[in-house]
Ligand binder design. Sequence first.
Ligand SMILES: Nc1ncnc2c1ncn2[C@@H]1O[C@H](COP(=O)(O)OP(=O)(O)OP(=O)(O)O)[C@@H](O)[C@H]1O
Length: 213
Amino acid sequence: MQINLTGLGKRYNYEWIFRNLTYTFESGTSYAILGHNGSGKSTLLTIIAGHNLYSEGQLEYTVNGKKIQPDEAYRHLSLTAPYLELVEEFSLLEMLDFHTRFKPLRQQLSTTALIDRMGLHKSKHKFVKDFSSGMKQRLKLGIAIYSDTSLLLLDEPTTNLDQEGVAWYQEHVAQNKTGRLIIVGSNIQHEYSFCEQQLRISDYHSATAKPRV
Ligand SMILES: Nc1ncnc2c1ncn2[C@@H]1O[C@H](COP(=O)(O)OP(=O)(O)OP(=O)(O)O)[C@@H](O)[C@H]1O
C-alpha cells in the first residue's frame, strides 16, 4: 500500500485546516501525525480513510503496484478513533462475528483467539453496552489491529486505557506492524513511539504552508 497526497487541502466553511500537503506514506513504515488539539490530525486521518472529503489537491492509493479507486480503499484499511461507535446491542462474540463477515482477521485468527488476545475472555457473552470505556477501547483496537488490512489508521489509540492497557496496545501493535502501513494521529509520546516518521500537521496550516509552484 502506498498513499500519495499532492497539494492536499481541507477547508471547513471558510477556514482552511491545512493546505499544500504533499506527502507519501509507504508500507512497512509507521507514521505519526502530530499537532496540538484542533490542528487537523483527525481531519487528515478521516480523509485518508475515505470518511471525509478533501477540498483541493489529490489523494491516490496504490496497492501491489496498481492504483485503486478511492471507493475501494475501505477494503484495505482499518481505523480506530474515539468518535467511531461500536454496536452496543451486540455481545462481544456477536460483535466479532458481525465484523469478521466483512473483514476477516489476520493470520486466520478465530474470534475466540482474538478475544483471548484482548484479555476479554471473561466477557465473551457480555453486551458491548455494558463494557467499561477501557474495555471498549481495547475492543476497538483489537478489531483494528487484527483485521487483515494493509493500512492501519489509529486516532488517539490509548484514549481511556490504563497503564496496563497502554502496554497491551504497544505490544500488539508492535507484533502486527511488519509490512503494514500504520498512521497514528496523536500528541502522546507512548502512542507513537514506535513510528519511524513524523508529520507535523501545523507545518501545513495555511498561514505557514508554502504556496504551490
Ligand atoms: N465537521 C466539522 N465542521 C467544521 N469544523 C470542523 C469539523 N470537524 C473539525 N472541524 C474543525 O477542524 C479543526 C481540526 O479538527 P480535528 O478534529 O481534525 O483536530 P485534531 O488535531 O484531531 O484535534 P484533537 O487533538 O483535539 O483531537 C478544528 O478547528 C475543528 O473545529
